[in-house]
Design a protein around this ligand. Structure first.
Ligand code: HEM
Ligand code: HEM
Length: 498
């Protein structure tokens, strides 16, 4: 039994691969559109002023952020879990009818939740808390989806054949626990319909409306404890889980150091949770908390670089593979962008730097070198690795993948360089003053100066989106027209065996 290769069941993994791609396209298309809206404001009323409510920047922005974070990224996390989990635990989902049922239920509830979120955000129903915009019924659906995922994780662990838990599993468990804790606390809210009963006329808006249980500075603190740790437990920890599995598998190299992987794991867990104060520098939050946020942010370089260096050193002596394989290029550039954004973030968290950077496009640049370079590239690489194995077909086109890599890389470079220049220009112009202390520029002067950079960012984003369509097409063709192969034929000399 032990030595017979297991037939893994990828039904749920495939379902989530689909939502990763579809929601990626939706989220990034909106991203490109709002990027061009900032450059060419006329686009706000593209469908006429009567419909401007639905097409303006502020209505679409949360649709972008939520669909890329909770759509594209979270689907990617689920898709890879339902693939990686079985393989490293050496147990097939097909062995448990219950776990199969829970996995499918999780998928369908997730799809219903996403549909409800898109519709309500489009209609303008929002709690107005960034990354926590959903109204309470959707929050409840999200909690149920999350609990179901927990049942899958611990259920599979419970019936595993492999005794030791590979490091990726640690990271997936941490994702589950971290998001559960953050989401519950930050979304504590009171539906107003329950508190007051307006005489007779209730509409859907009244029914959905709620108010946060926190107020003022406390609300800000909880919100950024959540917001920052959403970066930790959605954009970092599960992505590290992926790279720890897929890079060794794809390259056939053992991880450089297991000790370093554990050290970085506990380092991340301990340090991340205290760094959120860097979002609230120069605010009403007590000064010591702000300083603590800055200090922990700088310390955060260590565990972050620990994981990234571990990945780069995994390729030690095998660098020719990076030149030869576009898939490995995606992963190596992902770790490089991870190092890049986790150096940039701590720099922005230093109070004197934050005084210039806060509220400017430099922050938006930081966000996107992390999300496009690290999160996006790693999820793309993971799905490219999985596709031939779950569909049992050879990848449709390696050269298309290589072209995609270069187009998207160019897109990211245009995105973050334009935002660096725009952000620093903005920050400097806002604070410039003459010898009498009068501001040297009015706000509209800064808006004028930024126009070319916004156009450049839109172009960079468009390139990234074009690359994403190439990815979707490559996966679709692999699924439908790739040459049939057995997994044993695919290059797979991993020391991990799974
Ligand atoms: C096609 C590529 C993309 C384009 C063109 C794009 C564009 C934009 C724009 C224009 C904004 C608003 C910036 C502002 O308010 O000034 C934004 C915000 C944001 N985007 Fe994207 N985006 C893209 C892809 C992504 C992806 C893949 C992710 C995550 C996986 C992401 C995550 C975010 C986040 C978290 C914010 C909020 C940033 C903040 O508040 O500072 N974006 N994006
Ligand atoms: C060592 C790790 C990191 C540190 C210390 C850090 C630090 C920071 C700082 C100081 C800000 C700006 C706060 C402000 O003035 O508004 C920020 C914003 C942000 N960072 Fe990072 N960062 C790190 C890594 C990352 C990574 C890897 C990603 C994504 C993959 C990321 C995503 C974001 C997002 C989405 C925001 C914008 C939040 C908002 O205003 O909506 N960060 N980060």
């Amino acid at each position: 039994m032990e030595n017979r290769p297991l037939e893994y069941d990828y039904t749920v993994a495939k379902m989530f691969m689909l939502t990763t791609i579809v929601l990626g396209i939706v989220g990034m298309t909106i991203g490109v559109f709002i990027a061009f809206e900032l450059a060419f404001p006329g686009l706000n009323t593209i469908l006429g002023s009567g419909l401007a409510e639905y097409t303006n920047f502020s209505r679409l922005r949360p649709l972008h952020t939520d669909s890329v974070a909770f759509g594209f990224t979270v689907s990617g996390i689920f898709a890879t879990w339902f693939y990686v989990g079985q393989r490293v635990l050496k147990v097939s989902m097909a062995e448990s009818k219950f776990l199969m049922f829970v996995g499918k239920l999780q998928f369908w509830l997730y799809v219903i939740g996403v549909a409800a979120a898109v519709v309500t955000l489009f209609m303008g129903y929002t709690t107005s808390k960034e990354y926590a915009e959903f109204e309470w019924p959707i929050d409840i659906a999200i909690v149920i989806v999350w609990v179901l995922w927990g049942v899958s994780i611990f259920g599979l662990i419970g019936i595993r054949r492999e005794k030791s838990l590979y490091i990726s599993i640690w990271y997936y468990i941490a994702t589950f626990l971290g998001v559960a804790m953050l989401y519950l606390f930050n979304n504590m809210e009171v539906p107003t319909m329950l508190a007051t009963s307006p005489a007779g006329e209730t509409n859907i808006g009244d029914w959905l409306h709620s108010i946060s249980m926190y107020a003022g500075t406390n609300d800000a603190l909880v919100q950024w404890w959540y917001g920052h740790n959403a970066v930790a437990f959605v954009f970092t920890v599960p992505i590290v889980a992926m790279i720890y599995y897929f890079l060794p598998k794809e390259s056939g190299q053992a991880i450089y150091s297991y000790k370093l992987s554990l050290l970085s794991f506990w380092g991340l867990m301990f340090v991340y949770l205290w760094a959120g104060g860097h979002h609230l520098l120069f605010s009403t939050v007590p000064d010591w908390m702000q300083t603590m946020g800055s200090v922990f942010s700088v310390v955060l370089i260590l565990p972050s670089w620990g994981s990234a260096i571990n990945m780069l050193l995994t390729m030690k002596g095998e660098w020719q593979q990076v030149a030869a394989s576009p898939l490995i290029k995606f992963m190596i550039l992902a770790s490089t962008f991870y190092m890049f954004s986790t150096l940039e973030g701590p720099i922005q968290a230093i109070k004197s730097v934050n005084a210039i950077a806060h509220f400017t496009d430099w922050i938006v640049g930081h966000v996107h070198d992390g999300t496009l370079g690290w999160v996006g590239f790693m999820i793309i690489a993971a799905l490219y690795h999985m596709a031939p194995r779950v569909f049992k077909r050879e990848l449709y086109s390696k050269s298309l993948m290589a072209a995609q890599f270069w187009i998207q890389t160019l897109g990211i470079v245009l995105y973050f360089t334009s935002m660096w220049i725009a952000g620093i220009t903005q920050g400097m112009m806002w604070r410039a003053h003459d010898e009498f202390g009068n501001l040297a520029y009015s706000f509209i002067d800064t808006v004028d100066v930024l126009h070319p950079y916004y156009a450049l960012r839109g172009t960079g984003g468009l390139l990234y989106l074009v690359g994403f369509f190439m990815f979707a097409y490559n996966i679709y063709k692999t699924m439908t027209a790739g040459r049939r192969v057995e997994e044993s034929e695919l290059q797979n000399a991993s020391p991990m065996g799974a």
